[in-house]
Ligand binder design. Structure first.
Ligand SMILES: [Zn+2]
Length: 247
């Protein structure tokens, strides 16, 4: 009964969407990493992205005006990781904030002695626990071109990671997955990456386990063969987790 109601509600949102199928296909046509999708998968991605835009608010900061095309581009890339997981994986928060370009963020940390360090850091994106996703349009604009960098996928994978608490590189497992296998494979990969950086994988992944998962997810969707070559075991557990194989 509940499922029927949910589907009816979703169908109403899809029927009343302000975006036409032709609009979506045009925006998708400019995102190279979507080329590999079958027609059915692209239709499913467009439906998810439509529901996503209904569910989330996207607002510009510093006077930046977010156009319909920008919204669609962000939604398509944000929904690629959850294509076979579903929109419920982005529950519990609703706001996306877009800066025109990379921005300076206060970076206040408390060290082990309780001393507060204040600093500033240039950022192209952020994901807050139960809070907003923040993106720089300049960086979003350059995403999706199969270069292995994708700020949208990066920040939204942090959101998947945060579904069971702070980002730590350990998201909730999907059906049939072995949590201990995920931990062993990711930990071994991280330990190796810290000592032996890999060509084609951003060294920012060596920051901690959460960044390792987010950076490797960018490579998984943008340049899957690079990830499979560097870390075949991680590639396999990611295929299981995302329920898709981009190769
Ligand atoms: Zn990150």
């Amino acid at each position: 009964m509940f499922d029927t109601l949910k589907r009816w509600h979703e169908q109403r949102i899809l029927d009343n969407s302000p975006y036409s199928k032709a609009d979506w296909q045009q925006v998708a046509g400019h995102i190279a990493i979507l080329d590999r999708l079958t027609d059915d998968e692209l239709t499913k991605l467009i439906q998810l992205a439509t529901l996503f835009l209904h569910d989330k608010s996207i607002q510009g900061a510093q006077g930046f005006v977010v156009t319909a095309t920008m919204r669609q581009s962000i939604a398509l890339q944000a929904c690629l990781p959850i294509l076979h997981l579903g929109l419920d994986w982005y529950k519990g928060w609703s706001s996306i904030i877009i800066y025109p370009r990379s921005y300076v963020s206060d970076n206040t940390t408390v060290d082990e002695f309780g001393i507060v360090h204040q600093g500033q850091q240039h950022r192209s994106g952020e994901a807050w626990l139960r809070g907003p996703v923040i993106l720089s349009w300049q960086d979003v604009k350059n995403a999706g071109v199969r270069d292995g960098n994708n700020v949208v996928i990066h920040e939204f994978v942090h959101k998947l990671d945060m579904l069971n608490g702070r980002a730590n590189g350990f998201p909730p497992m999907t059906k049939g997955m072995d949590a201990s296998q995920w931990t062993i494979v990711m930990q071994a990969g991280f330990d190796d990456f810290v000592r032996h950086p890999k060509a084609g994988i951003n060294s920012y992944g060596a920051t901690n386990a959460a960044e390792f998962f987010a950076v490797l997810s960018e490579v998984f969707f943008e340049r899957p063969s690079v990830l499979k070559e560097a870390y075949p075991d991680i590639f396999e557990v990611m295929v299981q987790f995302f329920g898709q194989n981009p190769l």
